[in-house]
Design a protein around this ligand. Structure first.
Ligand code: GTP
Ligand code: MG
Length: 137
């Protein structure tokens, strides 16, 4: 098995969809290794999304990701990173497949309900951003 990292984003938390999203994640066979509810400062959001610093939407992304509480999680499953990206669907909910988390819960390209790491390497980096080793079980 391997691990991925996810965050339920401010729009989905504010809408009261955290429970339904966690249920879909568990029913898809992912084990929750670490989880909490927290609020990022704009500077922390900027650090998390540093790889996107040169993209035109970076400022909006950092403002949005610090606009309300989020639910970060570390998840475990065979083929976790790729299978999780399949479960959440395309970045733009208009292009996401039926039955995916973004198709069901996302509002727009920026308020798109959930994050999923794009590689094993980034999953480890992003998980360590939020959780100490002693918080992962
Ligand atoms: P994450 O799982 O959140 O990393 O999404 P992703 O890997 O599907 O997309 P990417 O890493 O390319 O972009 C990160 C996030 O930036 C996306 O999830 C969107 O919320 C946001 N984003 C991406 N492209 C755009 C855009 O063109 N405009 C705006 N406003 N936001 C964007
Ligand atoms: Mg990404």
């Amino acid at each position: 098995t391997n691990r991925t990292f996810t965050m339920i984003k401010p729009d989905a938390v504010a809408d009261g969809n955290s429970g339904a999203i966690i249920k879909m994640i568990e029913e898809a066979g992912f084990k929750v290794i670490a989880m909490k509810k927290t609020l990022l400062t704009p500077a922390q959001a900027g650090k998390f999304y540093e790889v996107h610093a040169e993209r035109p939407f970076y400022a909006d992304l950092c403002e949005y990701m610090s606009s309300g509480p989020i639910v970060p999680m570390i998840l475990e499953k065979e083929n976790a990173v790729l299978d999780f990206r399949t479960l959440i669907g395309a970045t733009d909910p208009a292009k996401a497949d039926e039955g995916t988390i973004r198709k069901i819960f996302a509002k727009s390209l920026s308020a798109n309900a959930i994050h999923g790491s794009d590689s094993d390497e980034n999953a480890a980096i992003e998980g360590a951003f939020f959780f100490a080793t002693t918080e992962q079980y």
